[in-house]
Design a protein around this ligand. Structure first.
Ligand SMILES: Nc1ncnc2c1ncn2[C@@H]1O[C@H](COP(=O)(O)OP(=O)(O)OP(=O)(O)O)[C@@H](O)[C@H]1O
Ligand SMILES: [Mg+2]
Length: 377
């Protein structure tokens, strides 16, 4: 968690410089799009900053609508995307199969089958799935699944960073996007439009500008006309920002939920790997502490744990206690009670320790302990 914050703080200086550059070079429109990106980027790590910028955005009148001349210039432009078009060839060699609910996995298997047997379908006048949108909170496997699908289909994966495209030179954004899309359509590949909410905001949004509308239009047209030789995937964690007109156009919508308890346990097992023995007795507590979190929370934490026990910079009990303390700080009263009860039942921590971690009174903890002893024997 601290690493993430540190990352964002490092980003801050870069973002400040970029704001100045855009302000000087591209004026109100450019800085406006960049500001919208910052609002999203810092929503979690620096909520006050994010809200402040959001406030400025809302207070400033939206830029003038796209001029006719610019519209005309935005005709299809079949250029090879060059380096400054934030499109990335993603390595899929190391892609792993994500842990998914059986319902989501079944839909993905269906997608893979349709893609593999596309010829057969086409010969019957049917079409394989051409596009899908993945919705879900951060860190639940949307990008990971896109990689895995591309690997399974043996197709190259291109990811288009829409936030980067948005902050690139404004007048060229539509052209850039078209060039990338045209290129992706011309070869068999999987194209991932990550963070599609970055441009697919509701068209009525107050901070909307003409440019955004134009991009939405480009995307809508492209999804409609996507050839069945390619697969277009999109991902978002803000379903509420997606234009309904956009939703309808995807052949398939897949919702990625946060991991269930069973999947948390499975993931812990895989990730702890050879260090499992150090954490064996803490597994039930860890499963509880990760409840409501994402796969990537588990991933990050368990990597830190394994490094610490390998390098002996912290012991397993210290690590788990520390995690419990941080978790507890985010809970309400009844959540802390529940945590205390679990710690009584599933850890060998002293009442003193449990009180210190959860803030629940020792009297109450003693009662839990009595009830637990009553059950036990
Ligand atoms: N379903 C999953 N099964 C196994 N590991 C997962 C899963 N989801 C996420 N992870 C772990 O978390 C990391 C980040 O996941 P990923 O990038 O796919 O999240 P995302 O859903 O795309 O999130 P964001 O919305 O922030 O882009 C993965 O590299 C993987 O280590
Ligand atoms: Mg992602």
């Amino acid at each position: 968690m601290s690493n993430e914050n540190l990352g964002d703080t490092n980003d801050l200086t870069g973002d400040l410089a970029q704001s100045v550059r855009l302000g000087l070079l591209s004026g109100a429109d450019g800085i406006r799009l960049f500001a919208a990106k910052l609002v999203r980027k810092y929503r979690r790590s620096a909520p006050e900053l994010s809200q402040q910028i959001d406030g400025y955005l809302r207070a400033a009148p939206a830029a003038s609508p796209m001029r006719k001349k610019q519209m005309d210039e935005a005709r299809p432009d079949v250029a090879q995307p060059s380096d400054d078009l934030a499109v990335l060839r993603v390595d899929t060699v190391s892609a792993r199969q994500p842990v998914l609910s059986s319902a989501v996995m079944a839909e993905i298997q269906q997608l893979l089958t349709e893609r593999r047997q596309a010829q057969k379908l086409l010969s019957l006048g049917l079409e394989p799935v051409r596009s899908a949108i993945f919705v879900g909170p951060p860190g639940v496997g949307k990008t990971m699944t896109a990689k895995w699908i591309a690997q399974q289909l043996d197709l190259p994966l291109f990811a288009l960073d829409l936030t980067a495209i948005m902050s690139s030179y404004l007048g060229r954004t539509g052209n850039n996007l078209r060039a990338v899309l045209d290129y992706a359509k011309s070869i068999p590949c999987v194209l991932l439009l990550d963070e599609i909410d970055a441009i697919a905001k509701r068209r009525a949004d107050v901070s909307d500008v003409g440019e955004l509308k134009r991009l939405v239009t480009v995307i809508l047209q492209e999804i409609d006309a996507w050839p069945s030789t390619g697969l277009l995937l999109a991902a978002t964690n803000h379903a509420e920002l997606i234009d309904p007109a956009l939703w309808r156009r995807f052949d398939l919508t897949l919702e990625f939920p946060r991991p269930e308890r069973r999947q948390i346990v499975e993931t812990l097992d895989t990730l702890l790997s050879s260090d499992r023995q150090h954490f064996e007795r803490w597994l039930p507590i860890l499963a509880l502490l990760f409840d409501g979190g994402s796969f990537s929370d588990i991933d990050r934490t368990i990597r830190q744990f394994r490094k610490a026990v390998t390098l002996k910079t912290a012991s397993a009990p210290d690590l788990v206690e520390d995690l419990a303390r941080r978790h507890s700080a985010e809970l309400d009263r009844s959540g802390r009670h529940q945590l205390a009860m679990h710690l009584v039942a599933h850890s060998r921590l002293s009442q003193h320790k449990i009180n210190e971690i959860t803030g629940v009174s020792r009297d109450t903890i003693r009662k839990f302990q009595k009830a637990e002893d009553g059950h036990g024997d």
